[in-house]
Write a protein that binds this ligand. Sequence first.
Ligand code: APR
Length: 257
Amino acid sequence: MEVNFKELTFKGERPLVFILSGAGLSAESGIPTFRDANGLWRKYDPKELASIGALERHTQDVFDFYNERIKNAEPCRPNAAHIAIAEFQKDVAAFCDVIHVTQNVDNLNELAGSPRVFHLHGDFQTSQCRKCKKTFPRIGFYQREQVYPDCGANNFAVRPNVVLFGEIPYGMDWIPSYLKKACVFISVGTSGTVYPAADFVRETKVSLRINLDLDPLIHPYSKFNHRVYGKCTETLPPLLDELKKELITRLKEKPAE
Ligand code: APR
């Protein structure tokens, strides 16, 4: 694996590592990706099941689609890549900030013990009231008669807290500034086809793409300094170990303030 972390430059006393993950991170746990050969968007039309227009036009179809995905995700468990990220976050916490932004809506990072993960596209564990926009822990599955007690809205008022096509992802008020501060940006298991996440790499200096696809679907990956091909359960753990060792070495060498 030809990634040389020696080129990393740290600004200030605490380095920051920014990890962006996509469906490929959870693929080996049994959660389907979107654009692979057997991906969800090869079978279903996202405009008809995962867009704000679809939610307005045929709400129960959208609810059924998410209810199915939630049920299918329930037996899935974290894989070695989720665990590697969670362990890395905990191991370097004393001297390095790690921001993990995931495009995934599953909770496998949390189940892996990650101390902090940010869901750019929302998550299956929470719901949103369409009337007052409040979010709260999901109760069961989505159906017409659900009522949100605080504002009393009913009949399709409670929806999945998942960012649909046509909506703005979460966190875009703070993410760009952290991308700029990061000493390394690691993109794992994402096709880089959905914005704004696909553009995160533009804000960074040293970037690394970990993926399974040899030929990028679209999106000129020339912006990445490094690429590692292979399953993330095999490539990510040793890579994060390398990075942790480099961080420790560099911070030991740092002259005391
Ligand atoms: N290890 C590493 N990479 C993998 C693995 C694996 N085991 N399995 C699949 N991949 C790669 C695929 O090669 C592909 O490039 O993960 C990527 C998954 O790409 P997509 O299916 O497009 O998923 P993602 O990039 O997360 O999609 C982004 O699109 O539809 C929206 O909201 C949805 O969050 C999603 C967003």
